[in-house]
Design a protein around this ligand. Structure first.
Ligand SMILES: Cc1cc2nc3c(=O)[nH]c(=O)nc-3n(C[C@H](O)[C@H](O)[C@H](O)COP(=O)(O)OP(=O)(O)OC[C@H]3O[C@@H](n4cnc5c(N)ncnc54)[C@H](O)[C@@H]3O)c2cc1C
Ligand code: FES
Length: 260
């Protein structure tokens, strides 16, 4: 982990409330799913944002963030050439060694950004994932073209049916063949995916829906954070293997260790 000043090279709205921020500076080694903790002038606590993408040659990282409160509002007004102090890289990230040839990436809302870097790394490793992205409505959709630029065609769900499949991410899963999942988004979405049982599996068990042990996975969780690097214990949660800090042993937890 390092504290480094990064210079803003671009900070532009990509939907009404979602911004793409590109920063240049000294890049450490990054694992997809890791995050930065940004010092925002005027805010006491840093704000954690996932690293969406990075370019070692250009020395840039890209963050995609939604304006939800004071910190992200201040961030959205920062202009190119401003500097920001970042703590990075934080957290464990996704372990691509555990992913399979039939991996599904599921992202809901601002859970989509880390999956872009994850898809890129998986493709470099010769694995071409399926991608399902969920949003509330058509106007909130972002990131699709980033996956398309990698040669992937995400399936989109919207809660109001204004684009793609009507409903939640879980409503699209029946149409995809997968045996492993990497997911990031709201807890309710993560829990629904965790509990998803393909129809044929349910039928073969005489209709008894039990937890789907066949589909392994990695789930990225959010928590309110202070330090972001394991010192304050503020983000601790209980897992099947005892207490874990979402900022340090997470944010990505393996299916086997999750306790809802
Ligand atoms: C590991 C990690 C990665 C994240 N990655 C992204 C990302 O890539 N893009 C993105 O847009 N957001 C991401 N977030 C969420 C982001 O940190 C918060 O939205 C941000 O800190 C809000 O700051 P604020 O000052 O604008 O809002 P605040 O004024 O602090 O809060 C506004 C509202 O957002 C809620 N909120 C704030 N922080 C969190 C949080 N950590 N978890 C849940 N609810 C929160 C508050 O309860 C409140 O309702 C991530 C969070 C974590 C922990
Ligand atoms: S935020 Fe301090 S230990 Fe996780």
């Amino acid at each position: 982990m390092q504290t480094t000043d990064f210079k803003i090279t671009a900070n532009k709205a990509i939907t009404k409330d979602v911004y793409e921020l590109t920063l240049s500076g000294n890049l450490p080694d990054i694992t997809p799913g890791q995050f930065v903790n940004i010092k925002i002038p005027g805010c006491y606590l840093r704000r954690p944002i996932s690293i969406s993408n990075w370019d070692n040659e250009a020395g840039t990282i890209t963050l995609i963030y939604k304006v939800v409160g004071e910190g992200t509002e201040i961030l959205s007004r920062k202009k190119p050439n401003h500097s920001l102090e970042l703590l990075l890289p934080l957290g464990n990230g996704f372990d691509t060694k555990l992913t399979t040839e039939n991996t599904l990436l599921c992202g809901g809302g601002v859970g989509v950004p880390p999956l872009i870097g994850l898809a890129k790394k998986m493709l470099v490793e010769g694995k071409s994932p399926e991608v399902v992205l969920g949003f509330n409505t058509k106007d909130e959709i972002f990131g699709v073209e980033k996956f398309q630029a990698l040669g992937l065609e995400p399936r989109i769900t919207t809660v109001d049916g204004s684009f793609g499949i009507k409903g939640f991410i879980i409503d699209a899963l029946k149409t995809v063949n997968f045996d492993y999942v990497c997911s990031c988004g709201p807890v309710a979405m993560l829990k629904a995916i965790y509990s998803f049982v393909p129809q044929e599996n349910a039928a073969s068990r005489g209709g008894a829906l039990e937890k789907n042990s066949e589909i392994g996975g990695q789930y990225s969780f959010e928590a309110r954070m202070a330090c972001g690097f394991g010192a304050c214990m503020g983000c601790t949660c209980m897992t099947k293997e005892g207490y874990k800090r979402i900022c340090k042993e997470g944010p990505v937890l393996l299916k086997e260790e999750i306790l809802w």
